[in-house]
Write a protein that binds this ligand. Structure first.
Ligand code: HEC
Length: 241
């Protein structure tokens, strides 16, 4: 008697069993009559910010303080940052701007509108935030690189590298640490004539901006096999007052 009651109970329970994998729920974007607008997925509450997406640092995310472009780097500029900037620059900017930022990239040589050189006085004098803004919003014929370079920190890294390029093409003897100057070849007569007031770096190093500062025990850095010795002077020295 007891046994059959148990059996019946077990059978009844099995009959109304509902598996967890089949729990009542709405699939994403499924229609629901529960809501007036029949949308199963509810619209986000206004002002909702996804985790990690609270861009409340205007300087970092717009390149501006108030309405003016910032002259500062809103994050520390380390050697790693400049190297990151170099790699991003070489991917996203050299096709048009060229490896040195002179505006002679391959796309331009094939007929795209030529950008100005980063070494023009006007662009040398632009604040860091201006470059961040051009990357983020584009400029004239140049499309924006907001989607290709989604991280603000990468855009700033590129700006830091552009600063390094600018320094490299306009460096004077005074920019070279005193102890290192002896390693530089004496300027040739034509260079002295060209720029009489300042020392000039030897022409052999002018092709590669990061090779202008030779460093001891070369090769220690070349993890990717690139032979470029790295610059020792950080570009933020120009920026951070
Ligand atoms: C598809 C080609 C192209 C690429 C890629 C490109 N640019 Fe440009 N850039 C241009 C052109 C063309 C101009 C000039 C636009 C004009 O004057 O209408 C320009 C202008 C600029 C200027 C000068 C704006 C001024 O005030 O004259 C800066 C700074 C700049 N680009 C930075 C960058 C950086 C940094 C990158 C890489 C993230 C980049 N560009 C990638 C084509 C390009």
């Amino acid at each position: 008697m007891k046994r059959s009651a148990l059996l019946i109970g077990a059978l009844l329970l099995a009959g109304c069993r509902q598996d967890m994998h089949d729990a009542p729920r709405l699939e994403p974007l499924e229609k629901s009559d529960f809501w007036g607008d029949e949308r199963g997925s509810r619209p986000l509450v206004e002002g909702t910010v996804a985790r990690g997406q609270l861009h409340d640092d205007d300087e970092m995310y717009t390149g501006k303080v108030g309405t003016a472009f910032t002259t500062n780097f809103p994050m520390p500029v380390t050697k790693q940052v400049v190297e990151r900037g170099q790699s991003r620059f070489q991917i996203y900017c050299t096709p048009c701007h060229g490896a040195l930022g002179k505006g002679d990239g391959m796309v331009v040589r094939r007929g795209y509108r030529q950008p100005p050189s980063f070494h023009d006085a006007r662009l040398q004098q632009q604040p860091a935030g201006y470059f961040y803004d051009v990357i983020t919003n584009g400029f004239g014929a140049m499309p924006d690189y907001r989607a290709q370079i989604p991280e603000a920190s990468d855009r700033w890294a590129i700006v830091a590298y552009v600063r390094a390029l600018q320094l490299s093409q306009n460096a004077t003897l005074a920019d070279v640490p005193e102890g290192e100057r002896g390693k530089l070849a004496a300027p040739t007569a034509s260079e002295v004539g060209h720029k009489p007031e300042s020392g000039t770096l030897p022409p052999s190093t002018q092709g590669n901006p990061l090779s202008q500062m030779k460093h001891e025990g070369g090769g220690a850095h070349g993890s990717r096999g690139d032979e470029q010795p790295h610059q020792q002077q950080e570009p933020q020295q120009q920026e951070q007052h």
